[in-house]
Ligand binder design. Structure first.
Ligand code: NG1
Ligand code: MG
Length: 566
């Protein structure tokens, strides 16, 4: 799907969900519509949905602008909505959004948007209601409303539409399956649709869609809306939630601009030359039952990692002579830009190196990382104190403080007050290399480059992908330090149960493990990881029904969409 194609809110259910679950999902949509009618006394005009995602490989590198490989999951956020003309008239040209949730433990509220017009006639909007705090689900909706109004309704004639919404979600929050991106994307889509900014009918070849909003705009707005709540995220979750297709993984790249490619994992070949049989790999998600909570405690670790990669990029780039002291606009250059410049990319990003060139550049830059950021045991394992760092970045103490330490909350107290530049940058470059290798295999190319380290018997493509996933987990554990004991135990249990590769998925510090399994092994694999004695310890004593929600197979699902209910 092209990133610059217009957003269309319409999708039929059989384009959204895998065949086997269309009926059951249909019931869920109908149930939401019925409950909406009970609550508001009218049918919803539309139901929209946006999915969560699993990340197959490419962890903590999206915000460094390296490509990643997520896939949308079937679980999603649904919003039923209708326009609410009755409240619009008494709001002084503003609008209200009444929000309810099917789950009574999530109390609803009403958001109000008030306009202010400057002397020059430009209009801006202030959204009130919802606490605006991280972790408050209504804050995500407020942030989405704020983004749409301040982007598309800024002329003095613009009149936003008041809306009623009912929300339901099937993504367990804090599980690393990106419930936050799903909520924001669904909210954006609902607000855009309610304001007539995207089309509710599928574009046909004759009609050009009424939508002025492109898929890439939707991704960008979702990132901005999440950033307003205080998470400095990369673009992986939002891209996956908007752009995925049924049955495919998604290779998302960010340079020179957002790009997506549908990719297929290799399958396992068995049998002799003449009658080779192909067996598919399936993804199994297993929740560690430890919460990864970016909206809560994990934000500070996440934001610190983002800053460590930016400081590392600056120190490395300066030492390699690709960033000059006093050069404008590069105080915060991402690691991808540093490698690009190192490989001769133009500074105005008019020339972009090919994936093969990027791979060689990454291989060449790794020894430089050792030399510049990890020349001795102390810099490698203990890290850098902030005092010495300003000098290494070529910035004054004041500028260093302003650029790196005061834009977002940075807390190094878990690391003895130090920044672990060497470990973080090594992880990012090696992980970026792993993603490029997996992409090459998925495109049907050879895995020979990846094979070089294998030694002995030639690895199959499936074995290479599995090994790279395992290496990715080890790197998250040892270099990026974003795993925890539970995730490590669960990864081991999954490998013992016969996975091809297993790793934590998402930001880490809790959440889920993703494993690739030969399709025929699914039942046996799930039985083993949930076994009372051999399985993951936190699953002991749980009932079958509970476990079904915690450990399950997933099929790559479709990106955001919806249907008209009229
Ligand atoms: P999750 O697992 O959804 O919190 C976060 C970021 C991603 C990415 C991963 C790590 C947000 C919304 N998402 O994902 O962009 O950086 O961590 O790979 O912050
Ligand atoms: Mg999230």
């Amino acid at each position: 799907m092209a990133t610059n194609a217009p957003v269309t809110a319409y999708k039929a259910l059989n384009e959204i969900y895998p065949q086997e679950s269309v009926l059951q999902q249909g019931e869920r949509w109908n149930d939401l519509a019925t409950r909406f009618q009970e609550e508001f006394g009218e049918k919803p005009e539309h139901v929209v949905r946006a999915p969560g995602r699993i990340n197959l490989i490419g962890e903590h590198i999206d915000y460094c602008l390296f490509g990643v490989m997520p896939a949308a999951v079937e679980m999603d956020c649904l919003i039923a909505l209708s326009t609410n003309i009755t409240t619009s008239s008494n709001l002084d040209d503003g609008c209200s959004v009444v929000i309810t949730n099917l789950d009574p433990s999530w109390p609803g509220t009403t958001l109000y948007a008030r306009r202010s017009e400057s002397g020059s006639g430009s209009v801006s909007w202030e959204v009130e209601g919802g606490s605006g705090k991280r972790g408050d689900w209504v804050a995500y909706l407020g942030s989405a409303l704020d983004c749409v109004l301040n982007k598309y309704l800024t002329t003095s004639e613009a009149r936003p539409t008041s809306l009623k919404m009912m929300i339901t979600g099937s993504i367990p929050p804090g599980s690393g399956l990106s419930s936050s991106a799903a909520l924001i994307v669904a909210a954006l889509l609902a607000i855009l649709l309610g304001n007539g900014l995207v089309s509710a009918t599928p574009a046909t070849s004759e009609s050009t869609s009424a939508s002025q909003v492109k898929n890439s705009d939707l991704v960008q707005m979702a990132r901005e809306a999440e950033a307003k709540i205080g998470v400095n995220s990369g673009g992986m979750d939002q891209s996956a939630s908007v752009l995925s297709r049924v049955g495919a993984g998604l290779y998302v790249s960010f340079v020179p601009e957002l790009g997506v490619e549908m990719v297929q994992l290799p399958s396992i070949s068995t049998g002799a030359d003449s009658d080779v049989e192909e067996e598919k790999l399936v993804m199994v998600i297993a929740n560690s039952l430890t919460k990864h909570d970016l909206a809560g405690g994990a934000t500070k670790q996440y934001n610190l990692r983002v800053m460590e990669t930016l400081i590392g990029a600056r120190v490395l780039g300066r030492a390699l002579g690709v960033i000059q002291d006093g050069e404008k606009g590069v105080e915060k250059l991402q690691l991808r830009q540093v490698v690009g410049r190192f490989a001769g990319e133009q500074r105005d990003s008019s020339s972009v190196i090919s994936p093969d060139e990027l791979e060689s550049a990454l291989e060449k830059i790794l020894p430089e990382v050792d030399r510049v950021l990890g020349p001795d045991a102390e810099s490698r394992d203990v890290g850098h104190l902030p005092e010495g760092l300003a000098g290494l970045t070529g910035l004054s103490d004041e500028a260093f403080e302003r650029v790196f330490l005061s834009t977002i909350e940075v807390d190094t107290s878990d690391q003895g007050g130090r920044f672990l530049l060497y470990k973080r940058v090594r992880h990012v470059f090696e992980e970026a290399l792993r993603v490029l290798q997996v992409v090459r295999i998925c495109r049907g190319g050879s895995g020979t480059k990846a094979n070089a380290g294998g030694g002995g018997k030639k690895e199959t493509d499936v074995e290479i992908v599995g090994r790279l996933m395992n290496e990715s987990h080890a790197s998250c554990r040892d270099l990026y330090e974003c795993s925890n004991d539970e995730l490590n135990e669960l990864v081991d249990v999954c490998r013992r149960a016969g996975s091809v590769g297993s790793r934590l998925s998402g930001a880490g510090w809790g959440g889920c493990v993703v494993s690739l399994i030969p399709a025929s092994l699914e039942q046996q694999f799930i039985a083993q990881i949930t076994d009372e004695r051999e399985g993951y310890s936190a699953y002991r004593g749980l009932g079958k029904k509970e476990l079904e929600k915690i450990v399950f197979k997933t099929v790559p699902g479709s990106g955001a969409g919806g249907e008209s209910r009229n």
